[in-house]
Ligand binder design. Structure first.
Ligand code: ADP
Length: 390
């Protein structure tokens, strides 16, 4: 006998010696937990104090359906016993109220049948229990997700407030100081060195404020890729370099930058201004973190133009490569401080590339240099006739 049948409490309704003989003859059944009820009325009395797990009714097709129906209405589905009737004359109502109808010829197998039914019920219970557990786990996760979302919303609000004060509250006094220093610059008696230092500091501050404002803009807008225009790569690279040359910090360093576009008339589909900004930021880093030549190279491959900014400077250790695209992340805050910068340039580059459905790949070796590459699509000339000639 399998363990599942051993501890079962069974109620047999309407037994007779022959029936009991047939139930017990194979030795699988143990009488220790079995109760007998002479008829349906006796069964009702027993059920007031007993909770059998299985009720086996021997025929008496007039009374049993009513008894089973009462049981079904009194017990919850989890608590109610397994309802089995042994008969050779089943009818529709019996199928409705019992879990199993066993023909007399099947009596030798009745314990196997009951065992199978109980196991199936057990599986269903386990499954149901697991569903309840999963449901509550799910609720916990939903609550957590809500909390995370709430925190993210709060962080985003704080970030916006910071960006707002940086871009608005600092900009006005900075412009006032800038005009004052510009006036000083014209004054013959002013100390040149101090004025130049002040001008340099202001330019850096101005660049920082511009970048924070741009980062904020990029975080809250999506570009319409339909509005991208065909643009000559050479023109974008030259414009980026020209802009860098206007900055006080880089006006001399840009002579280190070499441009190499192949073929020279290669063009891409992009938001021209945004790509110029991205290139400026990559070039700014390349110049800042190296002393030797910097190359910006564009090569065409099929429908793509790969643009690479390469320097031979301090390089970036492997473990920082993923994080340097996060806003305000710097490889080594203390050492990069001596190079200047706020740690948002690459975050801006990443967002601009996301808007162009592309990414930036880095190859970098400490002390050997870094290579930042992104790819843009070439225009489909069946749709475009003019390439921006500016
Ligand atoms: P930052 O204003 O500090 O330059 P970025 O977001 O542009 O901010 O870059 C983040 C950090 O990544 C830098 O502080 C620096 O540590 C590292 N980094 C970026 N570009 C280079 C490079 N070409 N060579 C070495 N380190 C770089």
């Amino acid at each position: 006998m399998k363990p599942i049948l051993k501890a079962l409490s069974i109620l047999i309704v309407n037994p007779n010696p022959d029936f009991i003989y047939q139930l017990t003859s194979d030795g699988k059944y143990s009488a220790s937990h079995t109760t007998f009820a002479a008829n349906a009325t006796d069964a009702r009395i027993i059920l007031q104090s007993d909770r059998p797990q299985v009720i086996i009714a021997n025929d008496d097709c007039d009374k049993i359906p009513k008894l089973f129906r009462e049981i079904l209405s009194v017990f919850t589905p989890r608590e109610r016993p397994l309802l089995v009737i042994v008969t050779d004359a089943p009818f529709a109502e019996l199928f409705e109220v019992s879990d199993q109808i066993v023909a007399r010829s099947q009596l030798p197998y009745i314990w196997q049948i009951i065992e199978a039914l109980l196991l199936r019920g057990d599986k269903a219970n386990t499954f149901e229990k697991r569903c309840v557990e999963l449901e509550s786990e799910n609720k916990l996760l939903r609550d957590e997700l809500f909390q995370v979302g709430k925190t993210a919303r709060e962080i985003s609000m704080i970030k916006q407030a910071v960006v707002h004060s940086v871009s608005h509250e600092l900009r006005t006094p900075m412009l006032q100081v800038k005009s004052a220093v510009a006036l000083l610059k014209e004054d013959e008696g002013a100390n040149r060195l101090i004025v130049d230092l002040a001008m340099g500091a202001i330019t850096r501050l101005e660049g920082g404020i511009r970048n924070v404002t741009l980062l904020n803009e990029l975080m809250s807008e999506t570009l319409d890729t339909e509005a991208f225009e065909p643009t000559l790569v050479l023109h974008i690279l030259e414009a980026a370099l020209r802009n860098l040359g206007k900055s006080w910090e880089h006006k001399e360093a840009i002579t280190r930058v070499k441009i190499d576009v192949n073929p020279t008339n290669a063009s891409v589909l992009c938001d021209r201004q945004r790509i110029i900004v991205a290139l400026q930021l990559l070039l700014d880093n390349a110049i800042k973190f190296s002393k030797d030549e910097v190359t910006v190279r564009a090569t065409t491959e099929g429908q793509k133009v790969h643009i690479t900014v390469q320097d031979y400077g301090i390089g970036i250790p492997q473990k920082h490569l993923e994080q340097i695209f996060e806003a305000f992340y710097q490889v080594d805050g203390s050492s990069t401080r001596s190079y200047g910068g706020m740690g948002i340039g690459l975050a801006i580059v990443r967002l601009i590339m996301e808007q162009h459905h592309t990414t930036v790949e880095i190859n970098s070796v400490p002390e050997k240099g870094s290579q930042f590459t992104f790819s843009l699509s070439t225009p489909d000339y069946t749709n475009f006739n003019n390439v921006d000639a500016d």
